[in-house]
Write a protein of this length. Structure first.
Length: 168
């Protein structure tokens, strides 16, 4: 009985130590310094493939799903508003990486309430209603920009084809 209690207590410590070791690994540290999410996840995947024990694998999986190691202070002056007029303007969209009342989100430019272009990723704390305290800047997946271009381009292509055929 005492052995199981000991292993429960030491497992979180082992995971924390494995996370700390992974963050100072040269490939991971270089990706963090470059603010490059893709290289960071690739480096962690390579480490995961060679991980020997379960606490290390658990630590690497947790690191793959968090943006916290990238958190850097917000350098530019942010507008105090996130306003849309008729759905056109700037909004925070998405919530992930929740921890202690904060979450990661992305500030988007929107048209007709549709997200058009991702601007920046942030870790924020909701203060009241839809008011936020911006705590740190974090990267977002670069594929978001590709997707934000691909969807309107596909719609425009369909519209052009239909118009050429006289259906519109």
């Amino acid at each position: 009985m005492e052995l199981s209690v000991q292993s429960e207590v030491s497992a979180p410590d082992a995971i924390e130590e494995a996370m700390a070791r992974a963050l100072v690994e040269p490939s991971v540290a270089t990706a963090i310094a470059a603010f490059d999410l893709r290289r960071y996840r690739t480096a962690l995947t390579a480490l995961l493939a060679t991980a020997a024990d379960e606490p290390t694998r658990t630590a690497l999986r947790r690191l793959q799903n968090t943006l916290r190691p990238f958190a850097r202070s917000v350098k530019r002056r942010l507008p105090l508003w996130l306003v849309t007029w008729g759905g056109c303007g700037f909004r925070l969209i998405g919530e992930h990486d929740r921890l202690a009342g904060t979450h990661a989100t992305i500030r988007w430019f929107t048209l007709a309430f549709l997200p058009i272009w991702p601007l920046r990723g942030y870790i924020v704390r909701e203060t009241s209603g839809y008011q936020y305290q911006f705590l740190a800047e974090v990267p977002f997946d670069p594929r978001l920009r590709l997707a934000s271009i691909a969807v309107p381009a596909a719609v425009a292509l369909v519209w052009l084809v239909l118009r050429a055929k006289g259906a519109v």
